[in-house]
Design a protein around this ligand. Structure first.
Ligand code: SF4
Length: 290
């Protein structure tokens, strides 16, 4: 028989993967607390209409399979662990991944690109830290002490050649537990977020405040110093002035150096945003009609 590769799944398997059992049963979820109002309001308006695609569901299905395995095996008879309990406060609820009651450590599992770990900074992992701090706050309200919070990261695109920088395809990242966010104690911060989201719920889509550059993971423009017809830049700089200065300092008079302006992607996060097809800011940015 000739080898046949088809980039598709048997119907039944696809159906199981596409099944979405997620129910937040409150108006907002923990993971919406650190989103901007436009994203939260549009998710509330159009979340049900959005067609989930296989690509998006696949990784969350694998995450669920991991939870099920943990629950069914080691932790099922272990009364020192709690897995996936939904906790609620006011109009917000969320389900943490795993709590080690013996050592009082709260874990969340994440499947990410290796670049998330390679480029990790306090700022780039701030959302992870806020999410776990909110779960820790919710758990402590239920009487469970949390001494540490950590994300267990599985790098989907890790390769053996990365091992000099990333010795393993997994990592556990510990964060400080936040007791305040943006200068407010956690409870006040949550109340304020809920108040802000509620305020925008009756505002028409195109009058919602725009998501900020930071939230959209907007990339800055860069200025490449190019040599003759080479495809790769000789040097990549942040401003045109820096690029001009760089060329002015080059002693080589035989070759021609010139500047190529490269526009950064201003809507990087939007490409993963589930309601982007309903978002006028994204469509306007991409010059598409809504
Ligand atoms: S598509 Fe982009 S701009 Fe629109 S809500 Fe989502 S993140 Fe914000």
């Amino acid at each position: 028989m000739n080898l046949k590769i088809k980039f598709e799944l048997p119907e039944k398997i696809e159906k199981v993967i596409m099944k979405n059992n997620y129910k937040k049963n409150t108006k907002y979820s923990v993971s919406q607390m650190y989103k901007e109002p436009r994203a939260v309001v549009l998710e509330a308006r159009y979340g049900d209409k959005v067609q989930d695609d296989l690509d998006r569901r696949l990784w969350s299905f694998i995450g669920t399979a991991l939870h099920n395995a943990l629950e069914a095996d080691e932790f099922a008879t272990d009364n020192e662990s709690l897995t996936e309990i939904r906790l609620k406060y006011s109009k917000m609820s969320g389900k943490f991944d795993h709590y080690d009651a013996k050592n009082k450590i709260l874990y969340d599992f994440k499947q990410t690109s290796k670049y998330k770990v390679l480029n990790a900074t306090e700022k780039s992992l701030r959302d992870y830290q806020i999410q776990l701090s909110l779960y820790a706050w919710l758990l402590e309200r239920e009487g469970f002490e949390v001494k540490q919070i950590a994300n267990i990261i599985f790098m989907r695109d890790w390769h053996k050649r990365d091992r000099f920088k990333l010795p393993e395809k997994f990592a556990t990242i510990y964060h400080d537990i936040l007791k305040e966010i943006d200068g407010l104690p956690i409870q006040q911060w949550i109340d304020k977020r809920i108040e802000t989201f509620d305020k925008y719920m009756n505002i028409p889509d195109n009058e919602l405040p725009y998501c900020s550059e930071e939230f959209r993971w907007a990339e800055p423009d860069t200025f490449a110093v190019m040599k003759n017809k080479n495809k790769n830049a000789t040097r990549l700089l942040d401003t045109r002035e820096q690029a001009e200065q760089y060329i002015a300092n080059i002693k080589d008079t035989k070759n021609k150096y010139w500047i190529q302006e490269r526009q950064g992607n201003k809507f990087k996060r939007c490409e993963y945003c589930s309601i982007s097809e309903y978002c006028n800011q994204y469509k306007e940015g991409k010059n598409e009609k809504i």
